[in-house]
Design a protein around this ligand. Structure first.
Ligand code: MG
Length: 388
């Protein structure tokens, strides 16, 4: 007997906690489709996301470092995979839907622009009179509209639970004063896990990349960040001989483990204290359920504050952000004056009456860092040979 969809659906009902999202009872897709014989609705969503163009482009998009600054730093793709790994691990421990968590994780950053948050800020500035630009909304726009491969519907036609998960995805770093905060209501535990795992992943990999790049200093971390100090003391106790690269790795590993366990233990306590018994209880709860305790959260915030002042605001990181912004603005202005410089299909959209700035933002936001640099050259530089 082959393990088919029904087999997995039964497993879910048998093994998951009663407050988990169950694929069999999914709210469904916008365009009705026949169920797959072998995969649950969320497994199928995951496959659609991995096979999308936007997913492949994550490989060449900035997390903090621009991809040509070094090939061992995180990109959006490796960040996304780390989020998925951490979120699935937490989901398994909590007894909730790992496939749904994986799908939301893999799609959560699809809407990111080239050059990371710098690119997003720039497009948002340029679109002030056209509704602004926000990467979570853009992720949704990609999976609902811009991916164009199925004859029967636009986008990927993902399940409502994955779409909801994308919309519930807001971190303080994503948008400190986002007006959309008010939309954060009643996300599934699966969506909440991805939210926490996203922050958990980037704090730790930014530490790792920050040290590897020489911008962050481990001695300073030991004196100034108490979570790092705890990790250092524990590892010095456990290991006698290690080099700088190993202690960096060991400390980051320690912190990931610690944060995962803190989240799992405290979230389990929250579920109990808030008397969460069913999925409906989750949907109707006004409280954030997947979380750290107040005391632990303060320690994580101290670490993040350190990263803001010493890493994200370091002149070497800022310098590249500023360059990225300028390149994006240059391209945007050119396309806005001469929309016929865009690919025919995009130009056509404007001819058909779509908002010009939105079409340009869709086009630019889907570009990789590489493509921006190449396109900038094509538009602004004159090659000598070409003049002959
Ligand atoms: Mg992310």
């Amino acid at each position: 007997m082959i393990n088919d969809r029904k087999y997995y659906e039964n497993l879910e009902q048998k093994n998951f906690k009663p407050y988990a999202v169950i694929s069999k009872f999914s709210k469904g897709r916008k365009f009705a489709e026949e169920a797959d014989q072998y995969r649950t609705v969320f497994q199928r969503d995951r496959d659609r996301i991995v096979h999308s163009k936007a997913f492949r482009r994550l490989k060449y998009k900035t997390q903090v470092f621009v991809i040509f600054e070094g090939d061992h730093y995180r990109t959006r793709l490796s960040h996304t995979l780390e989020v998925a790994q951490i979120a699935r691990h937490i989901a398994r421990m909590l007894g909730i839907n790992e496939d749904l968590v994986e799908s939301i994780s893999l799609a959560h950053d699809l809407g990111h622009t080239p050059f990371g948050h710098a690119g997003e800020e720039q497009l948002d500035d340029l679109l002030q009179d056209a509704g602004g630009f926000e990467h979570n909304l853009q992720s949704k726009r990609i999976v609902e509209l811009l991916e164009n491969k199925y004859p029967d519907f636009p986008g990927l036609n993902l399940s409502q639970e994955v779409l909801d998960g994308l919309m519930k995805h807001f971190t303080p770093f994503d948008h400190p004063a986002n007006t959309l905060e008010k939309d954060i209501v009643h996300p599934s535990l699966e969506a909440q896990v991805v939210n926490l795992a996203d922050q958990l992943a980037y704090v730790n990999h930014d530490l790792d990349d920050g040290i590897a790049s020489g911008i962050l200093n481990m001695d300073e971390l030991v004196t100034e960040v108490d979570l790092w100090r705890e990790a250092q003391i524990s590892n010095e106790h456990q290991y006698k001989n290690f080099n700088a690269e190993q202690i960096r790795f060991l400390n980051v590993r320690y912190l990931i483990n610690l944060m995962v366990l803190e989240a799992v233990h405290y979230s389990t306590k929250r579920i109990k204290d808030l008397n969460i018994k069913t999925l409906q209880d989750v949907y109707s709860s006004d409280e954030r359920i997947v979380d750290y305790s107040a005391g632990f959260k303060k320690r994580v915030i101290d670490l993040q504050t350190f990263l803001y002042s010493r890493f994200y605001n370091d002149y070497r990181v800022l310098r590249m952000s500023i360059k990225g912004k300028r390149f994006i603005k240059d391209l945007f202005d050119q396309f806005n004056t001469n929309p016929e410089l865009m690919p025919k299909t995009d130009f056509q959209k404007i001819e058909n009456g779509e908002n010009q700035k939105r079409v340009i933002a869709d086009y630019i936001s889907q570009m990789t860092d590489n493509f921006v640099v190449e396109e900038h050259k094509r538009i602004f530089e004159i090659e000598k040979e070409a003049m002959n």
